[in-house]
Ligand binder design. Structure first.
Ligand code: TNX
Length: 505
Protein backbone atom coordinates (compact mmCIF):
# COMPACT_ATOMS: atom_id res chain seq x y z
CA UNK A 1 0.00 0.00 0.00
CA UNK A 2 1.61 3.32 -1.03
CA UNK A 3 2.46 5.60 1.90
CA UNK A 4 -0.39 7.84 2.95
CA UNK A 5 -3.11 5.65 1.50
CA UNK A 6 -5.50 4.28 4.12
CA UNK A 7 -5.16 0.57 4.71
CA UNK A 8 -8.22 -1.01 3.09
CA UNK A 9 -9.77 -2.46 6.25
CA UNK A 10 -13.07 -1.69 8.01
CA UNK A 11 -13.27 -1.15 10.95
CA UNK A 12 -10.07 0.91 10.84
CA UNK A 13 -7.43 -0.84 13.01
CA UNK A 14 -5.85 0.91 15.97
CA UNK A 15 -2.58 1.08 14.05
CA UNK A 16 -1.35 -0.09 10.67
CA UNK A 17 2.24 0.61 9.61
CA UNK A 18 3.51 -0.12 6.16
CA UNK A 19 6.93 -1.76 6.25
CA UNK A 20 9.65 -2.06 3.63
CA UNK A 21 10.17 -5.28 1.76
CA UNK A 22 8.68 -7.60 -0.78
CA UNK A 23 4.99 -8.50 -0.60
CA UNK A 24 3.60 -11.72 0.80
CA UNK A 25 2.44 -14.17 -1.83
CA UNK A 26 -0.32 -16.64 -1.04
CA UNK A 27 0.60 -19.67 -3.09
CA UNK A 28 -1.84 -22.47 -3.85
CA UNK A 29 -1.32 -25.21 -1.32
CA UNK A 30 0.08 -22.82 1.31
CA UNK A 31 -0.21 -24.00 4.88
CA UNK A 32 -1.89 -22.51 7.91
CA UNK A 33 0.34 -23.24 10.86
CA UNK A 34 -1.48 -23.18 14.19
CA UNK A 35 -0.39 -23.06 17.82
CA UNK A 36 -2.38 -22.54 21.01
CA UNK A 37 -5.85 -23.48 22.23
CA UNK A 38 -8.56 -22.64 19.69
CA UNK A 39 -6.17 -21.78 16.84
CA UNK A 40 -7.12 -24.89 14.84
CA UNK A 41 -10.82 -23.93 14.84
CA UNK A 42 -10.01 -20.38 13.75
CA UNK A 43 -7.83 -21.78 10.95
CA UNK A 44 -10.66 -24.05 9.75
CA UNK A 45 -12.96 -21.00 9.55
CA UNK A 46 -10.29 -19.13 7.60
CA UNK A 47 -10.09 -22.04 5.18
CA UNK A 48 -13.85 -22.12 4.73
CA UNK A 49 -14.00 -18.36 4.24
CA UNK A 50 -11.10 -18.34 1.80
CA UNK A 51 -12.60 -21.26 -0.07
CA UNK A 52 -15.69 -19.19 -0.72
CA UNK A 53 -13.77 -15.92 -1.11
CA UNK A 54 -10.94 -17.17 -3.22
CA UNK A 55 -10.90 -20.94 -3.79
CA UNK A 56 -7.44 -21.46 -2.33
CA UNK A 57 -6.64 -24.95 -1.20
CA UNK A 58 -4.93 -24.45 2.13
CA UNK A 59 -4.09 -27.07 4.73
CA UNK A 60 -3.88 -26.69 8.49
CA UNK A 61 -0.74 -27.97 10.20
CA UNK A 62 0.19 -28.11 13.87
CA UNK A 63 3.82 -27.26 13.12
CA UNK A 64 5.93 -24.12 13.30
CA UNK A 65 5.43 -21.97 10.21
CA UNK A 66 7.63 -22.40 7.15
CA UNK A 67 8.30 -19.75 4.50
CA UNK A 68 5.06 -18.65 2.85
CA UNK A 69 2.71 -19.94 5.56
CA UNK A 70 -0.06 -18.17 7.40
CA UNK A 71 0.55 -18.62 11.14
CA UNK A 72 -2.16 -18.31 13.77
CA UNK A 73 -0.73 -18.23 17.27
CA UNK A 74 -2.86 -17.96 20.40
CA UNK A 75 -0.96 -17.29 23.61
CA UNK A 76 -1.41 -14.98 26.56
CA UNK A 77 1.63 -12.78 25.80
CA UNK A 78 0.92 -12.26 22.09
CA UNK A 79 -0.84 -8.95 22.76
CA UNK A 80 -0.76 -6.36 25.56
CA UNK A 81 -3.02 -6.93 28.53
CA UNK A 82 -5.71 -4.47 27.41
CA UNK A 83 -6.03 -6.34 24.10
CA UNK A 84 -6.37 -9.88 25.48
CA UNK A 85 -10.15 -10.25 25.19
CA UNK A 86 -10.47 -9.61 21.45
CA UNK A 87 -7.33 -7.86 20.21
CA UNK A 88 -4.78 -9.24 17.74
CA UNK A 89 -1.57 -8.38 15.94
CA UNK A 90 -1.16 -9.13 12.27
CA UNK A 91 2.20 -9.02 10.52
CA UNK A 92 2.53 -9.44 6.78
CA UNK A 93 6.00 -9.89 5.31
CA UNK A 94 7.49 -11.81 2.39
CA UNK A 95 8.15 -14.69 4.81
CA UNK A 96 4.56 -15.12 5.77
CA UNK A 97 1.50 -13.82 7.57
CA UNK A 98 1.39 -14.08 11.34
CA UNK A 99 -1.73 -13.48 13.42
CA UNK A 100 -1.09 -13.37 17.15
CA UNK A 101 -3.80 -13.10 19.80
CA UNK A 102 -4.51 -14.05 23.38
CA UNK A 103 -7.95 -15.49 22.56
CA UNK A 104 -9.63 -17.36 19.75
CA UNK A 105 -11.93 -14.36 19.28
CA UNK A 106 -8.95 -12.07 18.76
CA UNK A 107 -7.42 -14.48 16.24
CA UNK A 108 -10.77 -14.71 14.43
CA UNK A 109 -10.96 -10.91 14.13
CA UNK A 110 -7.40 -10.94 12.82
CA UNK A 111 -8.55 -13.42 10.18
CA UNK A 112 -11.33 -10.98 9.15
CA UNK A 113 -8.69 -8.29 8.65
CA UNK A 114 -6.61 -10.69 6.57
CA UNK A 115 -9.63 -11.49 4.36
CA UNK A 116 -10.04 -7.79 3.60
CA UNK A 117 -6.33 -7.41 2.81
CA UNK A 118 -6.34 -10.23 0.27
CA UNK A 119 -7.12 -9.21 -3.29
CA UNK A 120 -10.70 -9.82 -4.36
CA UNK A 121 -9.71 -10.99 -7.79
CA UNK A 122 -9.51 -14.67 -7.03
CA UNK A 123 -8.59 -15.35 -10.60
CA UNK A 124 -5.48 -13.19 -10.29
CA UNK A 125 -2.40 -15.24 -9.61
CA UNK A 126 -0.41 -14.79 -7.53
CA UNK A 127 -2.41 -13.31 -4.64
CA UNK A 128 -0.18 -10.83 -2.88
CA UNK A 129 -0.39 -8.52 0.15
CA UNK A 130 1.91 -5.56 0.75
CA UNK A 131 3.94 -5.81 3.98
CA UNK A 132 2.23 -4.27 6.97
CA UNK A 133 2.15 -4.48 10.77
CA UNK A 134 -1.27 -4.10 12.35
CA UNK A 135 -2.07 -3.83 16.06
CA UNK A 136 -5.72 -3.84 16.88
CA UNK A 137 -8.30 -4.14 19.63
CA UNK A 138 -11.91 -2.99 19.96
CA UNK A 139 -13.08 0.18 21.66
CA UNK A 140 -16.31 -1.50 22.84
CA UNK A 141 -16.92 -5.07 23.99
CA UNK A 142 -20.43 -5.11 22.45
CA UNK A 143 -20.69 -4.54 18.70
CA UNK A 144 -24.12 -5.53 17.54
CA UNK A 145 -26.51 -5.91 14.68
CA UNK A 146 -30.22 -6.48 15.26
CA UNK A 147 -32.35 -8.43 12.82
CA UNK A 148 -36.15 -8.15 13.14
CA UNK A 149 -37.39 -11.64 12.25
CA UNK A 150 -40.87 -10.87 13.65
CA UNK A 151 -42.22 -8.52 10.98
CA UNK A 152 -40.82 -10.63 8.18
CA UNK A 153 -39.48 -14.06 9.06
CA UNK A 154 -36.03 -15.14 7.90
CA UNK A 155 -35.19 -18.83 7.76
CA UNK A 156 -32.15 -20.28 9.58
CA UNK A 157 -30.08 -20.43 6.37
CA UNK A 158 -30.75 -16.73 5.79
CA UNK A 159 -29.74 -15.88 9.34
CA UNK A 160 -26.52 -17.88 8.90
CA UNK A 161 -25.81 -15.89 5.74
CA UNK A 162 -26.39 -12.71 7.74
CA UNK A 163 -23.96 -13.91 10.44
CA UNK A 164 -21.34 -14.65 7.77
CA UNK A 165 -21.68 -11.09 6.48
CA UNK A 166 -21.53 -9.32 9.85
CA UNK A 167 -18.43 -11.11 11.16
CA UNK A 168 -16.40 -9.58 8.33
CA UNK A 169 -17.06 -6.27 10.17
CA UNK A 170 -16.07 -7.73 13.58
CA UNK A 171 -19.67 -7.53 14.84
CA UNK A 172 -19.86 -9.88 17.84
CA UNK A 173 -23.53 -9.77 18.91
CA UNK A 174 -26.62 -10.63 16.90
CA UNK A 175 -29.78 -9.37 18.58
CA UNK A 176 -32.76 -11.29 17.22
CA UNK A 177 -36.06 -9.44 17.60
CA UNK A 178 -38.08 -12.65 17.91
CA UNK A 179 -41.58 -11.40 18.74
CA UNK A 180 -43.77 -8.49 17.81
CA UNK A 181 -47.36 -7.64 16.89
CA UNK A 182 -46.93 -9.28 13.49
CA UNK A 183 -45.43 -12.60 14.56
CA UNK A 184 -44.01 -14.90 17.24
CA UNK A 185 -40.93 -16.70 15.88
CA UNK A 186 -39.55 -18.98 18.61
CA UNK A 187 -41.12 -22.29 19.61
CA UNK A 188 -42.27 -22.36 23.24
CA UNK A 189 -43.09 -25.91 24.27
CA UNK A 190 -45.58 -24.94 26.98
CA UNK A 191 -47.40 -22.42 24.76
CA UNK A 192 -47.46 -24.07 21.33
CA UNK A 193 -50.10 -21.80 19.81
CA UNK A 194 -47.65 -18.87 19.95
CA UNK A 195 -45.98 -20.25 16.85
CA UNK A 196 -48.80 -22.44 15.45
CA UNK A 197 -51.08 -19.41 15.19
CA UNK A 198 -48.97 -16.39 16.19
CA UNK A 199 -46.16 -17.38 13.82
CA UNK A 200 -48.38 -18.12 10.84
CA UNK A 201 -48.14 -14.75 9.14
CA UNK A 202 -46.16 -11.49 9.15
CA UNK A 203 -46.03 -7.97 7.78
CA UNK A 204 -48.04 -7.43 4.60
CA UNK A 205 -49.61 -10.88 5.00
CA UNK A 206 -46.26 -12.60 4.39
CA UNK A 207 -45.95 -16.33 5.02
CA UNK A 208 -44.53 -16.16 8.56
CA UNK A 209 -42.55 -18.98 10.12
CA UNK A 210 -40.67 -19.72 13.31
CA UNK A 211 -37.58 -21.43 14.68
CA UNK A 212 -38.03 -24.73 16.43
CA UNK A 213 -36.01 -24.95 19.62
CA UNK A 214 -33.54 -27.25 17.82
CA UNK A 215 -33.16 -24.78 14.96
CA UNK A 216 -32.61 -21.98 17.42
CA UNK A 217 -29.95 -23.99 19.29
CA UNK A 218 -28.20 -24.66 15.99
CA UNK A 219 -28.23 -20.94 15.16
CA UNK A 220 -26.77 -20.13 18.57
CA UNK A 221 -24.01 -22.69 17.99
CA UNK A 222 -23.29 -21.45 14.45
CA UNK A 223 -22.98 -17.91 15.79
CA UNK A 224 -20.87 -18.96 18.78
CA UNK A 225 -18.38 -20.77 16.54
CA UNK A 226 -17.89 -17.37 14.86
CA UNK A 227 -17.55 -15.51 18.17
CA UNK A 228 -21.03 -14.01 17.85
CA UNK A 229 -23.37 -14.05 20.87
CA UNK A 230 -27.09 -14.28 20.13
CA UNK A 231 -29.20 -11.83 22.16
CA UNK A 232 -32.82 -13.01 22.02
CA UNK A 233 -35.56 -10.41 22.40
CA UNK A 234 -39.07 -11.18 23.56
CA UNK A 235 -40.72 -7.77 23.25
CA UNK A 236 -43.21 -6.97 26.05
CA UNK A 237 -45.57 -5.70 27.40
CA UNK A 238 -46.32 -3.84 24.13
CA UNK A 239 -45.67 -5.29 20.68
CA UNK A 240 -47.52 -8.44 21.77
CA UNK A 241 -50.48 -8.77 19.40
CA UNK A 242 -49.24 -12.11 18.02
CA UNK A 243 -49.22 -13.57 21.56
CA UNK A 244 -52.63 -12.09 22.43
CA UNK A 245 -54.06 -13.47 19.18
CA UNK A 246 -52.75 -16.92 20.12
CA UNK A 247 -53.94 -16.99 23.77
CA UNK A 248 -57.17 -15.06 24.45
CA UNK A 249 -56.73 -15.63 28.19
CA UNK A 250 -53.93 -13.03 28.07
CA UNK A 251 -56.44 -10.30 27.14
CA UNK A 252 -58.79 -8.58 29.63
CA UNK A 253 -61.87 -9.38 27.53
CA UNK A 254 -60.87 -13.00 26.97
CA UNK A 255 -61.39 -12.44 23.26
CA UNK A 256 -58.40 -12.94 20.98
CA UNK A 257 -57.61 -10.10 18.59
CA UNK A 258 -57.06 -10.91 14.94
CA UNK A 259 -53.53 -11.47 13.65
CA UNK A 260 -52.01 -8.17 12.53
CA UNK A 261 -50.07 -7.57 9.30
CA UNK A 262 -49.82 -3.75 9.24
CA UNK A 263 -47.04 -1.42 10.46
CA UNK A 264 -48.60 0.51 13.37
CA UNK A 265 -46.98 0.33 16.80
CA UNK A 266 -48.25 0.87 20.35
CA UNK A 267 -51.69 -0.77 20.23
CA UNK A 268 -51.15 -4.03 22.13
CA UNK A 269 -50.25 -4.80 25.73
CA UNK A 270 -49.96 -7.60 28.24
CA UNK A 271 -51.76 -7.09 31.59
CA UNK A 272 -49.39 -6.45 34.50
CA UNK A 273 -52.00 -7.28 37.11
CA UNK A 274 -53.23 -10.59 35.74
CA UNK A 275 -51.86 -13.83 37.17
CA UNK A 276 -52.01 -15.60 33.78
CA UNK A 277 -49.59 -13.00 32.34
CA UNK A 278 -46.96 -14.03 34.88
CA UNK A 279 -47.32 -17.76 34.24
CA UNK A 280 -46.88 -16.94 30.57
CA UNK A 281 -43.80 -14.75 31.09
CA UNK A 282 -42.14 -17.16 33.48
CA UNK A 283 -42.58 -19.96 30.93
CA UNK A 284 -41.43 -18.09 27.82
CA UNK A 285 -38.50 -16.41 29.56
CA UNK A 286 -37.53 -19.71 31.18
CA UNK A 287 -37.55 -21.63 27.91
CA UNK A 288 -35.65 -18.95 25.97
CA UNK A 289 -33.13 -18.50 28.80
CA UNK A 290 -32.50 -22.26 28.70
CA UNK A 291 -31.82 -22.05 24.95
CA UNK A 292 -29.41 -19.15 25.37
CA UNK A 293 -25.84 -19.58 26.60
CA UNK A 294 -25.17 -15.83 26.21
CA UNK A 295 -25.57 -13.53 29.21
CA UNK A 296 -28.41 -11.29 27.97
CA UNK A 297 -32.15 -11.67 27.51
CA UNK A 298 -33.82 -8.60 26.00
CA UNK A 299 -37.43 -7.92 26.92
CA UNK A 300 -38.10 -4.87 24.77
CA UNK A 301 -40.24 -2.52 26.84
CA UNK A 302 -40.49 0.00 23.98
CA UNK A 303 -43.43 2.04 22.73
CA UNK A 304 -45.96 0.81 25.33
CA UNK A 305 -48.56 3.36 24.33
CA UNK A 306 -51.47 1.18 25.48
CA UNK A 307 -50.05 0.38 28.92
CA UNK A 308 -50.82 2.86 31.70
CA UNK A 309 -47.71 4.42 33.30
CA UNK A 310 -48.28 2.68 36.64
CA UNK A 311 -48.92 -0.67 35.02
CA UNK A 312 -45.78 -0.26 32.91
CA UNK A 313 -43.66 0.22 36.05
CA UNK A 314 -45.18 -2.81 37.78
CA UNK A 315 -44.68 -4.83 34.63
CA UNK A 316 -41.02 -3.92 34.09
CA UNK A 317 -40.05 -4.51 37.73
CA UNK A 318 -41.55 -8.00 37.73
CA UNK A 319 -40.51 -9.04 34.21
CA UNK A 320 -36.87 -8.01 34.70
CA UNK A 321 -36.81 -9.87 38.04
CA UNK A 322 -38.01 -13.00 36.24
CA UNK A 323 -35.20 -12.68 33.69
CA UNK A 324 -32.70 -12.36 36.52
CA UNK A 325 -34.25 -15.37 38.30
CA UNK A 326 -33.61 -17.39 35.15
CA UNK A 327 -29.94 -16.48 35.34
CA UNK A 328 -29.80 -13.84 32.61
CA UNK A 329 -28.96 -10.15 32.63
CA UNK A 330 -32.05 -8.26 31.48
CA UNK A 331 -31.73 -5.86 28.56
CA UNK A 332 -34.39 -3.51 27.22
CA UNK A 333 -35.02 -0.39 25.18
CA UNK A 334 -34.38 2.88 27.01
CA UNK A 335 -38.02 3.38 28.10
CA UNK A 336 -37.37 0.62 30.65
CA UNK A 337 -35.25 3.19 32.51
CA UNK A 338 -38.52 4.77 33.70
CA UNK A 339 -38.41 2.01 36.31
CA UNK A 340 -36.21 2.45 39.36
CA UNK A 341 -36.61 -1.21 40.30
CA UNK A 342 -34.28 -2.75 37.70
CA UNK A 343 -32.06 -5.66 38.75
CA UNK A 344 -28.44 -4.68 39.20
CA UNK A 345 -26.62 -4.57 35.88
CA UNK A 346 -29.66 -4.30 33.60
CA UNK A 347 -28.64 -3.14 30.12
CA UNK A 348 -30.44 -0.24 28.44
CA UNK A 349 -30.56 0.23 24.68
CA UNK A 350 -30.83 3.87 23.61
CA UNK A 351 -32.83 4.38 20.40
CA UNK A 352 -33.58 8.09 20.46
CA UNK A 353 -31.77 10.62 18.27
CA UNK A 354 -28.24 12.12 18.35
CA UNK A 355 -29.88 14.93 20.29
CA UNK A 356 -32.03 13.21 22.91
CA UNK A 357 -35.66 14.27 22.93
CA UNK A 358 -37.98 14.49 25.94
CA UNK A 359 -36.95 12.09 28.71
CA UNK A 360 -34.87 9.69 26.58
CA UNK A 361 -31.54 10.86 28.02
CA UNK A 362 -32.69 10.60 31.61
CA UNK A 363 -34.25 7.17 31.07
CA UNK A 364 -30.92 6.03 29.63
CA UNK A 365 -28.90 7.37 32.58
CA UNK A 366 -31.27 5.52 34.88
CA UNK A 367 -29.66 2.19 33.83
CA UNK A 368 -26.26 3.53 34.90
CA UNK A 369 -27.67 4.78 38.23
CA UNK A 370 -28.94 1.24 38.80
CA UNK A 371 -25.56 -0.35 38.17
CA UNK A 372 -26.05 -1.20 34.50
CA UNK A 373 -24.62 -0.04 31.20
CA UNK A 374 -25.93 1.08 27.84
CA UNK A 375 -25.93 0.03 24.19
CA UNK A 376 -26.17 2.98 21.79
CA UNK A 377 -28.48 2.70 18.77
CA UNK A 378 -29.41 6.28 17.91
CA UNK A 379 -32.20 5.90 15.38
CA UNK A 380 -31.25 8.85 13.16
CA UNK A 381 -27.85 7.34 12.37
CA UNK A 382 -27.83 3.63 13.28
CA UNK A 383 -31.32 2.42 12.30
CA UNK A 384 -30.58 0.51 9.16
CA UNK A 385 -34.17 0.39 7.89
CA UNK A 386 -34.36 4.16 7.45
CA UNK A 387 -34.34 5.18 3.77
CA UNK A 388 -31.05 6.20 2.16
CA UNK A 389 -32.85 8.65 -0.10
CA UNK A 390 -36.25 10.22 -0.43
CA UNK A 391 -38.60 7.94 -2.36
CA UNK A 392 -36.68 4.69 -1.79
CA UNK A 393 -38.59 1.46 -2.48
CA UNK A 394 -37.44 -0.04 0.84
CA UNK A 395 -37.43 1.36 4.36
CA UNK A 396 -39.14 3.92 6.54
CA UNK A 397 -38.31 7.57 7.13
CA UNK A 398 -39.65 8.40 10.60
CA UNK A 399 -36.23 8.72 12.28
CA UNK A 400 -35.26 12.01 10.66
CA UNK A 401 -34.67 10.10 7.40
CA UNK A 402 -33.19 9.85 4.88
CA UNK A 403 -29.96 8.67 6.53
CA UNK A 404 -26.88 8.85 4.31
CA UNK A 405 -23.78 6.69 4.66
CA UNK A 406 -21.96 9.81 5.82
CA UNK A 407 -24.48 10.42 8.60
CA UNK A 408 -24.22 6.85 9.80
CA UNK A 409 -20.43 7.36 10.05
CA UNK A 410 -20.00 10.85 11.54
CA UNK A 411 -21.13 10.44 15.13
CA UNK A 412 -19.77 9.28 18.43
CA UNK A 413 -21.57 7.16 21.04
CA UNK A 414 -19.99 9.03 23.96
CA UNK A 415 -21.29 12.42 22.80
CA UNK A 416 -25.02 11.82 22.76
CA UNK A 417 -26.44 11.67 26.25
CA UNK A 418 -24.81 14.27 28.50
CA UNK A 419 -23.17 12.43 31.38
CA UNK A 420 -22.94 9.12 29.51
CA UNK A 421 -19.35 8.30 28.53
CA UNK A 422 -17.34 5.25 27.57
CA UNK A 423 -17.16 3.94 31.13
CA UNK A 424 -20.90 3.21 30.96
CA UNK A 425 -21.29 2.39 27.30
CA UNK A 426 -21.18 -1.34 26.68
CA UNK A 427 -21.28 -0.83 22.94
CA UNK A 428 -23.10 0.06 19.78
CA UNK A 429 -25.75 -1.72 17.72
CA UNK A 430 -27.29 -1.20 14.29
CA UNK A 431 -30.89 -2.52 14.19
CA UNK A 432 -32.73 -3.44 11.00
CA UNK A 433 -36.52 -3.48 11.33
CA UNK A 434 -38.26 -5.37 8.59
CA UNK A 435 -41.80 -4.03 8.11
CA UNK A 436 -40.87 -3.19 4.50
CA UNK A 437 -38.15 -5.82 3.97
CA UNK A 438 -39.55 -9.07 2.61
CA UNK A 439 -36.39 -10.88 1.52
CA UNK A 440 -32.84 -11.30 2.81
CA UNK A 441 -31.67 -9.40 -0.30
CA UNK A 442 -33.83 -6.47 0.84
CA UNK A 443 -32.33 -6.72 4.32
CA UNK A 444 -28.78 -6.72 2.96
CA UNK A 445 -29.48 -3.73 0.75
CA UNK A 446 -30.46 -1.72 3.84
CA UNK A 447 -27.75 -3.10 6.13
CA UNK A 448 -24.80 -2.72 3.76
CA UNK A 449 -22.97 -0.40 3.53
CA UNK A 450 -24.31 1.45 6.60
CA UNK A 451 -23.47 -1.34 9.08
CA UNK A 452 -19.82 -0.89 8.03
CA UNK A 453 -20.00 2.69 9.31
CA UNK A 454 -21.67 1.61 12.56
CA UNK A 455 -19.12 -1.20 13.01
CA UNK A 456 -16.26 1.27 12.72
CA UNK A 457 -17.89 3.59 15.25
CA UNK A 458 -18.12 0.57 17.58
CA UNK A 459 -14.62 -0.90 17.06
CA UNK A 460 -12.17 1.85 16.14
CA UNK A 461 -10.61 4.22 18.69
CA UNK A 462 -12.55 7.26 19.83
CA UNK A 463 -11.96 10.37 17.77
CA UNK A 464 -9.76 12.98 19.41
CA UNK A 465 -11.55 14.98 22.06
CA UNK A 466 -12.89 17.89 20.10
CA UNK A 467 -16.34 19.35 19.95
CA UNK A 468 -16.65 18.77 16.24
CA UNK A 469 -17.09 15.06 15.51
CA UNK A 470 -17.36 15.60 11.74
CA UNK A 471 -13.84 16.97 11.63
CA UNK A 472 -12.31 14.06 13.51
CA UNK A 473 -14.13 11.13 11.91
CA UNK A 474 -12.64 11.42 8.49
CA UNK A 475 -15.18 10.43 5.85
CA UNK A 476 -12.49 11.04 3.23
CA UNK A 477 -10.44 8.26 4.81
CA UNK A 478 -13.47 5.95 5.23
CA UNK A 479 -14.86 6.29 1.70
CA UNK A 480 -12.03 4.56 -0.25
CA UNK A 481 -11.87 1.78 2.34
CA UNK A 482 -15.59 1.27 1.91
CA UNK A 483 -15.20 1.13 -1.85
CA UNK A 484 -12.63 -1.64 -1.39
CA UNK A 485 -14.96 -3.52 0.95
CA UNK A 486 -17.71 -3.29 -1.66
CA UNK A 487 -15.57 -5.40 -3.96
CA UNK A 488 -15.42 -8.09 -1.26
CA UNK A 489 -19.19 -7.93 -0.79
CA UNK A 490 -19.72 -8.28 -4.51
CA UNK A 491 -17.41 -11.30 -4.62
CA UNK A 492 -19.14 -12.89 -1.62
CA UNK A 493 -22.61 -12.33 -3.09
CA UNK A 494 -23.63 -9.95 -0.29
CA UNK A 495 -26.17 -7.47 -1.60
CA UNK A 496 -25.39 -3.83 -0.84
CA UNK A 497 -26.60 -0.41 -1.85
CA UNK A 498 -24.22 1.33 -4.23
CA UNK A 499 -24.74 4.71 -2.57
CA UNK A 500 -23.58 7.53 -4.86
CA UNK A 501 -21.18 9.10 -2.32
CA UNK A 502 -18.77 6.16 -2.76
CA UNK A 503 -16.61 5.48 -5.85
CA UNK A 504 -17.39 1.76 -5.93
CA UNK A 505 -14.87 -0.23 -7.95
C1 TNX B 1 -39.31 1.76 16.12
S1 TNX B 1 -37.58 2.32 18.34
C2 TNX B 1 -39.44 0.55 16.75
C3 TNX B 1 -39.88 -0.61 15.96
C4 TNX B 1 -40.13 -0.26 14.52
C5 TNX B 1 -39.11 0.73 14.03
C6 TNX B 1 -39.22 1.07 12.58
C7 TNX B 1 -38.11 0.87 18.73
C8 TNX B 1 -37.48 0.28 19.89
N1 TNX B 1 -39.07 0.27 18.03
O1 TNX B 1 -41.00 -1.20 16.55
O2 TNX B 1 -40.06 -1.43 13.78
O3 TNX B 1 -39.21 1.89 14.79
O4 TNX B 1 -38.14 1.86 12.14
Amino acid sequence: MPAGEPIPVIPRPVSAESVDGAPFTLRPGARVSVAGAGAGEVAELLLAELASDCRRDLTVVHEPPAFGDIAIVIAEDEVPEDARAEGYNLAVTAEGVRIGAASAAGAFWGVQTLRQLLPVECASDPLTIEPVIIRDRPRYAYRGAMLDVARHFFAPAEVRRFIDAIVLLKINHLHLHLTDDQGWRIQIERWPNLTAHGGSTGSDGSAGGFYTQDEFRELVAYAAARHVTIVPELDMPGHTNAALASYPELTPSGVAPALYTGSKVGFSTLQADDVRTWEFIDDVVGEVAALTPGPYLHIGGDECLSTSPGEFLRFIARATAIVADHGKTPAGWHEMGKSDALPDGTIGQYWDFLTPRESAGDETLSFVRQGGSVIMSPADVSYLDIVYEEGDRLGQDWADGPTSIRQSYEWDPARIVPGLGDAHILGVEGPVWTETLATIDDVEEMVFPRLAAVAEVAWSPAPADTADVESVRDFGDFAPRLAALGAHWAAAGTNFRRVPEIAWH
